[in-house]
Design a protein around this ligand. Structure first.
Ligand code: NAG
Ligand code: NAG
Ligand code: NAG
Ligand code: NAG
Ligand code: NAG
Ligand code: NAG
Length: 262
């Protein structure tokens, strides 16, 4: 039922997928990360799929307003709940809210690496903000960033059990051309698409994001700059960058969608 979108032998959408023997011995989730506290990243959300009252983390998301979570849409099933305020998804201090409606960018292509991988998840009730639950700031339309960034995900040690909030800090952006070249070096015979209107990349020597991190935030001082969209397996692949949706190119769509549906 859970199937990661796999286009290439080695390249996958960074989403929860079937257990993959190639990565059994790696700690799934953010590679090179350390445990983090939700108070430091209170905009972090876990989108969950529920079956018979059991819910599973499928992807990350970012709180941007009290009833809105921003994430990618490149996963193939419906998340029905959002969990916020959790340093540990199995902890007791989390808040669980129903997802009432999902708005996908109209130009999202279901192709792997498709551009416009952005969606808005409307919650059935407003979140109460506190030190563990806060919205991320949005950039302005077209804003460019430099400096260092942080990406968050919920890590897992076994393939099915995402739990502990993680952060990789001190990430730097690289140009999209450089990003393309680095993937080409690793996958010379594959089609690589880094879309200037949709994507930004970070590079720290090896890929950081992995299964389950999809949709999660790349941020700088509380501003959400990107959402995880894809990278390659195995997790932590040496020489591989990470690709994100460039949030600042979707602010007009985000604002318009929220305004029309509030
Ligand atoms: C879910 O619950 C229903 C009704 O109790 C049952 O028929 C079904 O087999 C369950 N599905 C799974 C996957 O456990
Ligand atoms: C989708 O693509 C069409 C054709 O390029 C464009 O006119 C339209 O503005 C795009 N929609 C959004 C929300 O960006
Ligand atoms: C639109 O985006 C800006 C960020 O550039 C934000 O400050 C503003 O609140 C947004 N407006 C709405 C209606 O969400
Ligand atoms: C980095 O961003 C800041 C603030 O947006 C800007 O003032 C500065 O010129 C930028 N530096 C570079 C090297 O682009
Ligand atoms: C961040 O990365 C730069 C180079 O990539 C390095 O020089 C610096 O020491 C790092 N800072 C921390 C706090 O890790
Ligand atoms: C982020 O915030 C810290 C402390 O508030 C500040 O020193 C730093 O310059 C900020 N960085 C950027 C890129 O705005």
């Amino acid at each position: 039922m859970f199937s990661a979108k796999v286009l290439f032998l080695a390249a996958v959408a960074v989403c929860y997928g079937a257990p993959n023997t190639k990565i059994t011995n790696l700690r799934l989730g953010l590679h090179g990360a350390t445990d983090a506290k939700i108070e430091d990243y209170p905009f972090m959300a876990s989108l969950q799929y529920c079956l018979n009252k059991t819910c599973y983390h499928v992807c990350g998301g970012v709180i941007i307003k009290d009833r809105w979570i921003l994430a990618g849409v490149g996963f193939t099933w419906e998340a029905s709940k959002a969990v916020v305020g959790a340093s540990n998804l199995h902890g007791h201090d989390k808040v669980i809210v129903d997802i009432e409606a999902v708005f996908r960018h109209p130009n999202y292509s279901r192709d792997f690496q498709g551009p416009n991988d952005v969606g808005l998840f409307k919650l059935s009730e407003a979140l109460t903000f506190n030190d563990k639950v806060q919205p991320a700031k949005l950039p302005s339309q077209g804003q460019e960033f430099n400096g260092t960034f942080v990406v968050n995900g919920y890590n897992s040690i076994t393939t099915a059990d995402y739990s502990i909030l993680q952060a990789v800090t001190n990430l730097s952006l690289i140009s999209n051309d450089d990003c393309y070249d680095k993937f080409k070096k690793l996958l010379p015979y594959e089609k690589i698409v880094i879309d200037d209107d949709s994507n930004i990349c970070t590079f720290s020597g090896a890929s950081n994001t992995c299964s389950g991190d999809f949709g999660g935030p790349l941020s700088q001082n509380g501003t959400v700059v990107g959402t995880v969209t894809w990278t390659i397996k195995p997790c932590g692949a040496s020489g591989a960058p990470n690709v994100y949706t460039k949030v600042s190119n979707f602010i007009d769509w985000i604002n318009q969608t929220i305004t029309e549906n509030s």
